[in-house]
Design a protein around this ligand. Structure first.
Ligand SMILES: Cc1cc2nc3c(=O)[nH]c(=O)nc-3n(C[C@H](O)[C@H](O)[C@H](O)COP(=O)(O)O)c2cc1C
Length: 189
C-alpha cells in the first residue's frame, strides 16, 4: 500500500480557555481521540496549536490518511481548513508518534522571528516554511501532559466530595483504632 503525507492549516472555532497546567481542554480532547484512532490505523504525525490556529501533519497509508482527513474536515471545532501539502512518501519520517503535540514554544517563536512573521498563521506558510514547521515538530522534545480539566474543574462527571482527602484518611484511621479497641476490650471479657 502506498504511503502519503499531508499537512493542513485551520482556525479553531472555540474560545481559548486559559489553563494553569497542561494543554488547552478542547485541544486535549482532540489529542486523546487522535492518539486512540491514529494508533489503531498506524498513522503518525504532529499537531501544533497557537494563536487560535492549528497546523497538523499526518503520514501513513494513503487510504488511512485520506479517510482520517475526511473525518477531520467535518469537525466543527475548526474551520477554514486549508491543505498545505499532500503527496506520496517513500518511507516513514515520524517514529512512534500517533499524534505528537507541540505547544506554543520558544522553538516556534524563533521560527516565526526567523521568517519575519508576527503571528502564527500557517495558512500563509510557503512550502519551505511548511517543511521547517514539520521538522520543528519532529525534533521537538516538548510533550505537555494531557490534564483532565473536566475533573479538575468539577465537570458533569465528577461528584462533589464531602470531606477532604486528609480528613477522610483521619476518620478512617480513627475508625480502625476504635475497632481494634473494641476487639481488645471484647477479648478481656
Ligand atoms: C484540529 C483537529 C485535528 C484532529 N486530528 C485528528 C486525528 O489526527 N485523528 C483522528 O482520528 N481524529 C482527529 N480529529 C478528530 C476528528 O475530527 C473526529 O472528531 C474524530 O476522529 C472522531 O473519532 P471517533 O468517531 O472515534 O470519536 C481532529 C480534530 C481536529 C479539530
Amino acid at each position: 500500500m502506498p504511503l502519503m503525507r499531508l499537512a493542513y492549516a485551520s482556525e479553531a472555532t472555540f474560545e481559548d480557555k486559559p489553563v494553569n497546567q497542561g494543554v488547552e481542554p478542547h485541544v486535549a480532547r482532540i489529542l486523546l481521540t487522535s492518539r486512540r484512532n491514529n494508533a489503531r490505523s498506524h498513522l503518525v504525525g504532529g499537531l501544533y496549536y497557537g494563536d487560535g490556529r492549528f497546523f497538523q501533519y499526518l503520514e501513513g497509508e494513503e487510504s488511512d490518511v485520506l479517510s482520517t482527513f475526511e473525518r477531520i474536515k467535518q469537525d466543527e471545532r475548526h474551520q477554514n481548513i486549508f491543505t498545505l501539502m499532500e503527496g506520496p512518501l517513500e518511507s516513514p519520517t515520524f517514529t512512534s508518534w500517533s499524534m505528537k503535540y507541540v505547544p506554543l514554544s520558544s522553538d516556534v517563536r524563533r521560527f516565526l522571528e526567523r521568517n519575519g512573521l508576527e503571528r502564527f498563521n500557517p495558512s500563509e506558510f510557503t512550502e519551505s516554511q511548511c517543511e521547517e514547521m514539520i521538522e520543528l515538530i519532529r525534533q521537538s522534545s516538548h510533550d505537555q501532559k494531557l490534564v483532565n480539566h473536566d475533573e479538575e474543574t468539577g465537570g458533569a462527571n465528577s461528584r462533589p466530595q464531602a470531606f477532604s482527602p486528609g480528613l477522610r484518611f483521619g476518620l478512617m484511621a480513627a475508625g480502625i483504632a476504635l475497632l481494634g479497641a473494641l476487639i481488645y476490650a471484647g477479648s478481656l471479657l
